[in-house]
Design a protein around this ligand. Sequence first.
Ligand SMILES: Nc1nc2c(c(=O)[nH]1)N[C@@H](CN(C=O)c1ccc(C(=O)N[C@@H](CCC(=O)O)C(=O)O)cc1)CN2
Ligand SMILES: [Mg+2]
Length: 282
Amino acid sequence: MATIIDGKRISSEIRESLRKEVELLKSQGMQPGLAVVIVGEDPASQTYVRNKAKACEDIGIYSEKYELDASITQHQLLEKIDELNSDSRIHGILVQLPLPKGIDEQAVIERISAEKDVDGFHILNAGKLLVGQKGFVPCTPAGVIEMIRRTGVSMAGKHVVVIGRSNIVGKPVSILALQENATVTICHSKTNNLHEMVKMADIVIAAVGRPQMITGDMIKDGAIVIDVGINRVDGKLVGDVNYKEAEEKASFITPVPGGVGPMTITMLLQNTVEACKRTNNI
Ligand SMILES: Nc1nc2c(c(=O)[nH]1)N[C@@H](CN(C=O)c1ccc(C(=O)N[C@@H](CCC(=O)O)C(=O)O)cc1)CN2
Ligand SMILES: [Mg+2]
């Protein structure tokens, strides 16, 4: 039976220490500030944005939320970003994804000043991650690595198999695992023998967006299983991993909900505090 890696508990520990850091910054006249921009009315996105604003409030980060109508033009959205780029109260800007059809997501992300890109999606931050320079690391991948670190198991020399190759999760988490000296295999929809690939993994990171596609028979005994998937099936949240089956095999496993999800928001808070510190040369 696996040990659960509790994203909520780890998150509250990190948030507690961020709260103290924010208090100290505020006492020196520096309050970290985050602007959250959402376009349209996707209910899941609305929940995430609400949770981000609440998490900021809980630890003392100043936040502004912009809820823009789905009919907004790309030009208008870019103007909003320009405004936030030059607002000195705002250290971090995030545009909730996905954006409505007709808006070029990459163009919007590139408009955010790289120093305020607390999502770590800007091409400059992606490049810095690739070459090992200090930038902003995307929140979900950063959360995944922190969760693995807290198992106490070193990633060095381990075989990490990532399922999924998105710019938001699969690619950056693979680079981060490589930086931890893991041997990394990236699998995707065109991978032959996915079953065999996953079976070789010491650490499985599932970020594919298909409910419960990683079954227990694919998991090597004692593997660490990180489930990044958040799928709604019949009104219930399920991950990309069949939890019931996988927990029989794994040494450590993340649940859904309550695993990687809360860590995403915690890493956003951490990046926002970091953005404020960098602006102030701390
Ligand atoms: N600009 C961004 N857009 C998106 C990101 C992102 O990091 N930046 N990631 C995802 C959505 N996301 C954050 O935005 C996110 C997803 C899930 C959770 C979370 O806490 N999930 C809970 C369940 C919540 C629920 O009931 O729905 C959990 O797993 O326990 C937080 C953030 C795509 N867009
Ligand atoms: Mg961004």
